[in-house]
Structures are given as C-alpha cells and as structure tokens.
Write a protein that binds this ligand. Structure first.
Ligand code: DX5
Ligand code: ZN
Length: 225
C-alpha cells in the first residue's frame, strides 16, 4: 500500500452529477471512496442509503470505505456487504457490544473499522485495537462536510499511533474532517495513514490535482523524475 491512502468523501460530490464525480475519482490518484451514511438520529443530518451506494459500487473502481453514523449499525451489516462495502466502520458511541459487531463485520468478509467522536479518548480502544483494521478518528463533529478542523486531533492521533505500535496491531488511522493542505502534513507527522477529504477536494477547481497534492503530502516531489 502506497501511503497516505486518500479517500475523497462522496458526501461533498454533486449528486445531480454523481456519475461524473465518480469517474473523476476513478481517474485520480485516490485510493478509496469514503461513503458517509447518516440516519438523522446518531447525527443531526440524513445523507443517503443503499440505492446510492449500489450505484457507487457499479461505477466506482476503488474500494468503498463506508462510515456509518447510525444507531444500531449491527442491524445492517449484511445489507452494506450486499451493496458493496469493502470497509465498514461503526461508531464506538453507537455500539454497546462493539466486539460482537466487529466480528460480525469480519464474518461478512469486510474490513472492520471503529469511528470515534472528537470527545472520545483513544485509550477506550485499547482492548479492541488488535481486532480492528481501521480507526476513523473524527476531527470534526460528525454530520456535515466543510467544518473546521479540531486541533486536539493531532495529539489524539499521536497517542493512538503509540497504542497501535505497542499492541503490535496493523490497524490504520484514518482522519475524517477538515483535511486540507495545512492539516494533512501535520496529520501524517502525527501518525495518520488515511486522509478523508470532502470539501477540500470537491470545492476545488481541479479536484484531480487536489487529490494528487494530498497523495504527495510529505513526499519530496522535486527528487522524483
Ligand atoms: C462528516 C463526515 C466526513 C465529511 C468530511 O460527518 O464523516 O466524511 O464528509 O468532510 P470535509 O472533508 O469537508 O470536512
Ligand atoms: Zn466520514
């Protein structure tokens, strides 16, 4: 895997031209599609559901990284597998039986992730860190694209990386919210592996180049020839 992994967030795409935006991501250096599912209960917003994700799977040529911002996500694990999810992340705050839910996701053949809200300390993941493939660390309050990055995320990311290394886990750290040219290099220095970017990519006049610049964050491109 060529790090950092870049996952444009489809939430910021133009839904009247979704096919065009999916093709843009296909043609770019992006690694995954980040797919935000919101239920209007866990978060104060409703995004999209199965028919849209199925369309994404049909056209998209990259893995679907599905971030569930819903209550009782365990009820829909098989449904997300059926519409093409490759990675399925559930919120720590939404799961009473997180370990059971993680294994139910893995049994369906998907990678399992845990998302944490900005106020949730990383040490709460200590006893699950070896069982999961990804931590989706929220660097904004979940629910909306285009919000301001929460600075405390750098320290959390650093602590989580130390926990992962100490446990000998291969879990990846994904940062979700407010990723841009300013925050991306600092996040990578703090141990991030995956950068989600919504507004920064889709509000840009040249999304393909913006994705490329994120992909090249921290690399000395002047030496490449
Ligand atoms: C927020 C979502 C994010 C969002 C990121 O609840 O989980 O994935 O799309 O958007 P930006 O990059 O615009 O902050
Ligand atoms: Zn997300």
């Amino acid at each position: 895997m060529n790090f950092p992994i870049i996952a444009p967030s489809v939430l910021s795409a133009d839904f009247a031209n979704l096919g065009r935006d999916i093709e843009m991501i296909n043609a770019s250096e992006a690694d995954w599609f980040h797919v935000d599912v919101m239920d209007g209960v866990f978060v104060p917003n409703i995004s999209f559901g199965f028919p849209v994700i199925k369309s994404l799977q049909k056209l998209g040529k990259k893995p679907l990284d599905v971030h569930l911002m819903i209550v009782q996500p365990e009820r829909y694990i098989k449904d997300f597998k059926a519409v093409g999810a490759d990675i399925l992340s559930v919120h720590y705050e939404a799961c009473t039986h997180l370990h059971r839910t993680i294994y139910a996701i893995k049994e369906e053949g998907m990678k399992a992730g845990v998302a944490i809200n900005p106020h949730t300390p990383v040490h709460l993941l200590k006893d699950i860190i070896k069982d999961i493939d990804l931590v989706c660390m929220m660097s904004v309050n979940p629910g909306f694209g285009g919000q301001k990055f929460i600075e405390q995320t750098y320290a959390k990311c650093y602590d989580l990386k130390a926990m992962i290394l100490a446990a000998g886990s291969s879990c990846l750290i994904e940062i979700d919210g407010g990723v841009n040219a300013e925050t991306a290099p600092k996040l990578l220095n703090s141990g991030a592996d995956v950068l989600v970017a919504g507004n920064y990519v889709f509000a840009s006049s040249d999304p393909v180049s913006t994705i490329q610049s994120l992909k090249n964050t921290g690399k000395d491109t002047t030496l490449a020839s």
